[in-house]
Design a protein around this ligand. Structure first.
Ligand SMILES: *Cc1c(COP(=O)(O)O)cnc(C)c1O
Length: 426
């Protein structure tokens, strides 16, 4: 059939020309990319809308930051998303089936795919308001100020995602000491929120995870744990529900490498049922604007399947191999000291810290960051570069920070070369 032959020849030609253009833009020979490892394996045969829109594709040497579109999906997840796009289904059927499947895989009573960890926190709050008050979805947030509505949180756990709880009409009650905490848990409390990554370290809270949970449960109050960025290790996906947290959220598009607008709320069946009641496609509900399309629900499930085939040891070894490629490229820069830091909880992967004397080298870390951002291909360094203000990363004004876990094949070499060019005077 000549027509079909012509079509497939055309798309094959397009595929080849695009992939060699992409390779040229990255300054690498096409053969340097090993397709079996590339997350761009399903290379586009359709129009490249990033090119059409004039949006720069970046090399992500920063990490799973939301403003950098977090992770790319592995090929098997991309294929599941593309497959899901081919047919309509009943959205509620898909939500419920995906939740049951994930609960089995992740060893908890129940689960729901949300539009991200932030939306999971909103659904958790709505569920706990509903549970404490017998409130219907229609009453949230309009009537919540007349109900039991307090969420108890440690002062050191206040964060930018508080907004996700407040939009249900809940009030936040801050505590510092264990005595404060016991006093604060009252008939007006609907839940507690624990910021998983903020437990340890100098800015850490006074009340540890186990004590926090035990005291809340002595008062009959459900506990939510925000573990959004806290995989790896993989076992964290069941560790916190296993400890007894009633609800736990994870971001779908960070380390799990699902769609960026997906996330997980895991936990007790009666609370997940209430979260679902407050979720889309129900229209008169706080979760209506947090819709997850069929493609993303399927993508989230496929990402969990992919992840459960992974090995933490192998992945960490690969991130270190990439880190060492960059170390080798810059280690003889004058005054350079390199060290690798693993954050203990969130983003628990190697972070490369490159510290040097900017007056000897001639450029500050922030100037290097700007330079790499402005070049083609554009490189994003970790936002802790040149500053000590990022919690959890021991950087300062003389330090460049790099995380390699979001790099695609061939990119560590480009990052190493670009840094070397920027930092070496000759
Ligand atoms: C990233 C993050 C979130 C939000 O996750 P999304 O999936 O982008 O909604 C919430 N809490 C913490 C601690 C995070 O790191």
């Amino acid at each position: 059939m000549p027509k079909q032959g012509a079509d497939s020849r055309l798309s094959r030609r397009r595929f080849l020309s695009l992939s060699s253009t992409a390779a040229a833009a990255l300054g690498i020979a096409p053969l340097a990319v090993r397709p079996s490892e590339s997350f761009a394996e399903n290379a586009p045969s359709a129009d490249d809308y990033y090119a059409k829109l004039g949006v720069a594709k970046i090399i992500n040497a920063a990490g799973t930051y939301t403003y950098l579109t977090a992770a790319c999906m592995p090929p098997q997840v991309q294929r599941a998303v593309a497959q899901a796009a081919l047919h309509p289904v009943r959205l509620k059927d898909l939500q419920l089936a995906a939740g049951e499947y994930l609960a089995k895989k992740l060893r908890c009573e129940a689960a729901v795919v949300s539009s991200g960890a932030s939306a999971a926190l909103t659904l958790a709050t709505a569920a706990c308001i509903a549970s404490a008050n017998g409130a219907s979805p229609q009453e949230i947030p309009e009537n919540v100020d007349k109900m039991k509505n307090e969420v108890v949180v440690q002062k050191a756990h206040r964060y930018e995602y508080d907004h996700a709880m407040l939009l249900c009409g809940a009030r936040i009650k801050e505590v510092v000491t264990l005595e404060d905490y016991k006093r604060a848990l009252s008939p007006n409390t609907i839940m507690t929120n624990f910021f998983n990554a903020a437990e340890a370290g100098p800015d850490g809270a006074q009340i540890d995870r186990e004590t926090w949970l035990r005291v809340a449960h002595e008062h009959g109050v459900p506990c939510h744990n925000d573990a959004a960025a806290d995989m790896p290790p993989i076992e964290n996906l069941w560790k916190y529900t296993g400890m007894g947290f009633d609800l736990v959220c994870f971001s779908g598009g960070k380390g799990i490498r699902g769609p960026q607008n997906a996330g997980l709320l895991l936990g007790k069946k009666h609370l997940i049922d209430l979260a679902v009641a407050n979720n889309n496609p129900n229209s008169d509900a706080v979760g209506r604007g947090m819709k997850v399309a069929k493609e993303q629900i399927v993508g989230m499930v496929a990402a969990v399947d992919w992840l459960l085939e992974q090995s933490d040891e192998k992945n960490q070894a690969e991130y270190m191999r990439l880190t060492n490629i960059i170390v080798d490229a810059v280690k003889d820069v004058p005054t350079m000291k390199t060290r690798v830091f693993m954050p203990p909880i969130a983003n628990h992967v190697p972070h490369l810290l490159l510290s040097y004397n900017p007056s000897v080298v001639g450029l500050t870390p922030q100037q290097v960051q700007e330079k790499l951002r402005a070049q083609t291909p554009s490189i994003e360094l970790n936002p802790a570069t040149g500053t000590s203000s990022r919690v959890g990363l021991p950087s300062d004004e003389n330090t460049i920070v790099i995380s390699t876990w979001m790099l695609q094949p061939g990119e560590a070499e480009i990052v190493g070369r670009s840094l070397r060019t920027a930092l070496m005077k000759t």
